[in-house]
Ligand binder design. Structure first.
Ligand SMILES: Nc1ncnc2c1ncn2[C@@H]1O[C@H](COP(=O)(O)OP(=O)(O)OP(=O)(O)O)[C@@H](O)[C@H]1O
Ligand SMILES: Nc1ncnc2c1ncn2[C@@H]1O[C@H](COP(=O)(O)OP(=O)(O)OP(=O)(O)O)[C@@H](O)[C@H]1O
Ligand SMILES: [Mg+2]
Ligand SMILES: [Mg+2]
Lengths: 160, 158, 160, 158
């Protein structure tokens, strides 16, 4: 049991720096993940620290809203690297991201996630414009909300 | 495996029988505020075994269409997830609310909740691992967990 | 003391329905604010309920992300109506709003807040495009983050 | 009264002496992620009397430029808010961090914190009333307070 835990921990901490660099598209970005107590990792906590591109090492609580979102996605994709779920559902993860970071996240999803299917909910064209298909949901008539669903296959419209 | 269709029957704001799909490698769900986008995510989370508090309701019966205004249209509702496995055969998971409790089916055969969840886990789907569903407003918290919380997350995954 | 409390409560509950209708630009929108215990309001809680346009009465917890943001702004502007602060600072309040609701909030700020100065932080052109002036902030060089500030007076560019 | 300028001296990511303004009736602050927009809001909140936990720091000295990487450039920092009252005269509020504590000035004269906050309250500015500052990510919570929380909010306002 503790062997599997250590293996999981090592796998994710090896992967996370590379994933964070790819997500931020910047070799200067750094991510560290490791146990407080390397002898017996499952007894203590696991620390996570990101150094945003162009910045220096500081506590995670100093990060801005957008920087925290990128750090969170790096961790999520690193966990997937160890234990791949077949699909992700991400509800408005782009809310705190500026357009540059939205572009980076969208191209990471497109280029670096081969065995992963992604379903995102988004209000921003800069994000959902990268999708293969759009599921449009609109409110229909009724006493209470009735959701109507439309499907657009975008792969028909542009040559990928 | 690949999630191809989600079918809903009287689930939250989806009245009657509604089929969503075929889904692609990268699918985006769009629409105005309050139209039912997060309800669609609740449908996927529900069929994957998520508990009611993560579905923004107090009781399972609140998931039935119309119960938000106290007038449920039916006594039950269900969601079916249709996967294609290795490009060949279809694998269907169905979870329904009947009366006040859940029923589970795999390819149409009724199974226990533990058999259902075990089969999902074999595919890498484990809602307790919180490694594939990111609810609205929750993304930043993933990075801000305490070291102890992270340890228990890794324990669940390994 | 309790008299002032009751007066405050009554003032805000009288104003909130009208403000919510103006914010949602829809006469069907309804907002209710009132004490649990009308005899002695300060002893109990104060309930707040919104009925989004096109919907029926339901608990606030049923509202979607965008609907909650509009309900929150209606309350904020109603409190201002009773006890006006000279200015507001709103940090990315548009994060969960679709473009239609962003337009509604921006025009409410422009048209209905005479004695209120508003400073918003936003990533969305659909929102900051309505401002009289833009304060642009960019990261400059340095060991740690150094914020550089630029000012654009937009009133010079378009006829209001 | 109208907030015309915010002046900062070594406050968070603002190095040296930085003046922002003139501000207008409707001013928008824009810029990339992590550039210092919320730090600007922290400057306004600080000079209006907000406590350190709402400014995302543990100690007042963390507000000094450079302390985020353990290398503060100075022993103090300050923020000045310059108002125009009734279109005529200027009213300046200044709050600074010197050593580990705050100092307060109105129009250049040193005053106690209670005199400072009382003068702000006369203008309708009361940080305890939470009625004019909406921090990043906090807007939805304003509508979702419990009835009891709403009562204490109204008590503070009235
Ligand atoms: N059982 C139900 N039957 C019918 N409607 C329901 C039911 N449960 C919730 N709803 C409705 O669903 C709406 C919320 O939908 P949802 O949260 O999916 O919106 P959304 O599209 O995600 O919006 P946003 O973009 O603002 O996040 C509520 O207004 C509520 O009335
Ligand atoms: N005392 C300080 N000195 C220098 N830099 C600091 C100090 N305190 C915080 N910072 C820096 O400020 C940055 C955060 O800035 P801020 O939260 O204002 O970003 P933002 O523009 O609001 O971004 P977002 O759009 O993502 O919300 C951090 O990266 C941190 O390094
Ligand atoms: Mg939603
Ligand atoms: Mg910010």
């Amino acid at each position: 049991r503790s062997e599997r835990f250590t293996q999981c921990c090592n796998h994710i901490s090896d992967a996370i720096d590379g994933i964070y660099k790819k997500l931020a598209r910047n070799e200067a970005a750094q991510a560290y993940l490791g146990p407080d107590n390397p002898e017996e990792p499952y007894l203590d906590g696991i620390n996570y620290n990101c150094v945003a591109p162009g910045k220096r090492f500081q506590p995670m609580s100093n990060l801005s809203g957008g920087e925290k979102t990128i750090a969170a996605l790096a961790l999520l994709f690193s966990i997937h690297n160890y234990q791949p779920a077949p699909f992700f559902v991400l509800d408005e993860i782009d809310a705190a991201l500026d357009n540059t970071n939205i572009g980076k996240v969208a191209s990471y999803i497109r280029d670096h996630t081969t065995n992963l299917q992604t379903i995102v909910i988004s209000l921003k064209e800069e994000f959902y414009g990268h999708a293969d298909a759009l599921v449009g949901i609109t409110p229909g008539d009724g006493d209470c909300l009735v959701s109507k669903v439309y499907l657009f296959d975008l792969t028909k419209f542009y040559d990928k | 495996s690949f999630l191809q269709y989600i079918e809903m029957e009287n689930f939250k704001s989806y009245r009657g029988h509604v089929v969503v799909g075929p889904l692609k490698q990268f699918t985006a769900v769009i629409g105005p505020n309050g139209s039912g986008k997060s309800n669609f995510m609740d449908a996927i989370s529900f069929v994957m075994g998520e508990k009611t508090t993560s579905l923004r309701v107090k009781r399972l019966s609140d998931l039935i269409h119309g119960s938000s205004i106290g007038r449920p249209v039916a006594r039950s509702c269900y969601v079916t997830a249709k996967f294609i496995v290795n490009g060949e055969y279809q694998l269907e998971f169905q979870r329904s609310v009947i009366g006040g409790s859940s029923e589970y089916r795999i390819n149409g055969n009724s199974v226990s909740s533990s058999a259902y969840l075990a089969r999902l886990e074999k595919m890498g789907i484990n809602v307790k691992a919180k490694n594939f569903l990111v609810f609205q407003g929750a993304v930043e918290n993933i990075a801000m967990k305490t070291p102890k919380e992270r340890t228990s997350l890794f324990e669940e995954i390994s």
